[in-house]
Design a binder for this molecule. Structure first.
Ligand code: NAD
Length: 361
């Protein structure tokens, strides 16, 4: 039976990069018989302009019905003066919470062809392949009490609460161990168990969960050391398991190791493996409408969708190999361009990937 993908292009470069992911989808459907159907909906600023809300009911209903969601990006200066409650970003946050997407998967991969684009030495990062698994719906970003109030002395006091239940920790740890099983079978759990009791519990529950995964090696690292190790010797990591706050910071740090934000996909999954897939970058208003954005993060998000929601590793591999081949052939959008390579626009990069898929056995 055909699976349904809700396609939400969003704002800025969103529609441009989504058009290239569509080409890849069409190619898989036409040439390899992959049974996926798509339906488009509005989100973010585009939705606000059309319906006065960044997150229309119709979009939520489509996303609930669909088997997976593919999102471009939201936001832009046009909507920055709006009230916070109707800003484009509310659409994205609403979707994450309505669909209960608690597991955020952010791979940081540096293709050897792009080693020179990283700010670190090529030998430190070439071949880098880390998967950061971040808890997305709990921890200090949601814990209560929170806010700013006045104490008895009349001084303002700010409060946020770091809180995790065993259930929340166990479910994200299981995802990390399951994913590690399909990679290099190593999980490094990040905490600050020497200072924060909540993360001491995090470590205990991760150790308990690990008993069901004797084939996966588990290590632990304090977050300050992890930040240092990410820039000192990042290739030591396979899967990094983190809470919401630490993952937010470490995943951006890992992203920069790879040189361009235009290359990195992400997934956010619910407890049944249904997911929302999106590039990690934003709507890039500075280059929107010029046809020069890099579509590879979105195309690689589609590959993640096939792998994690549709359990179709063969076609996920097919897309990832084609991206690698397009890079190997020298195709580069301007964000990753260097001397002796071929500068292509957004559509040119999409075409190169499709041609590489068609050229495969
Ligand atoms: P951004 O990621 O949009 O852009 C940062 C820089 O990277 C820009 O110079 C941009 O041109 C470049 N860039 C981004 N994606 C690229 C691509 N695919 N190819 C080539 N270059 C690319 O971040 P920003 O400028 O801080 O934010 C712009 C808007 O996007 C804001 O409204 C912000 O709120 C929103 N945003 C949305 C998301 C999302 O939808 N998930 C994430 C981050 C930011």
């Amino acid at each position: 039976m055909s699976k349904k993908i809700a396609v939400l292009p969003g704002d800025g470069i969103g529609p441009e990069i989504m058009a290239e992911a569509r080409k890849v989808l069409d190619c898989l459907r036409d040439d390899y018989g992959v049974a996926l159907e798509t339906e488009h909906a509005l989100i973010g600023g585009a939705a606000y302009d059309a319906t006065a809300t960044p997150f229309p009911e119709a979009t939520l209903n489509l996303c609930r019905q669909a088997d997976a969601v593919l999102l471009g990006a939201v936001g832009g200066p046009r909507w920055e003066a709006l009230d916070y409650s109707v800003r484009p970003e509310r659409g994205l946050l609403g979707l994450r919470s309505e669909l209960e997407l608690f597991a955020n998967l952010r791979p940081a991969i540096l293709y050897p062809q792009l080693a020179a684009a990283s700010s670190l030495k090529p030998e430190v990062v070439s071949g880098l392949d880390i998967m950061i698994i971040r808890e997305l719906t709990g921890g200090i970003y949601f814990g209560k009490p929170r806010g700013v109030h006045k104490n008895e002395q009349g001084e303002r006091v700010g409060v946020n609460t770091l809180i995790y239940s065993e259930t929340e920790i166990r479910r994200i740890a299981k995802i990390a161990f399951d994913i590690a099983r399909h990679r290099n079978k190593r999980v490094c759990s990040i905490d600050k168990a020497n200072v924060l009791e909540c993360t001491e519990l995090w470590r205990q529950v991760v150790v308990e969960t690990h008993k069901d995964y004797p084939d996966v090696a588990l290590s632990h690292m304090y977050v300050d050391n992890a930040a240092m190790q990410l820039v000192r010797a990042p290739k030591q990591f396979d899967v990094m398991l983190t809470d919401n706050l630490f993952g937010d910071i470490l995943s951006d740090c890992a992203a920069m190791l790879t040189g361009s934000i235009g290359m990195l996909p992400s997934a956010s999954l619910d407890k049944n493996g249904k997911g929302m897939y999106e590039p990690i970058h934003g709507s890039a208003p500075d280059i929107a409408g010029r046809g020069i954005a890099n579509p590879l993060a979105t195309i690689l998000s589609l590959a993640m969708m096939l792998r994690y929601t549709f359990n179709d590793a063969a076609n996920a591999d097919r897309i990832e190999r084609a991206v690698q081949q397009a890079l190997e052939e020298g195709h580069r959008t301007s964000d990753i361009y260097s001397a002796h390579t071929i500068k292509v626009d957004t559509a040119g990069m999409g075409d190169a990937v499709v041609a590489a898929i068609r050229g495969q056995e």
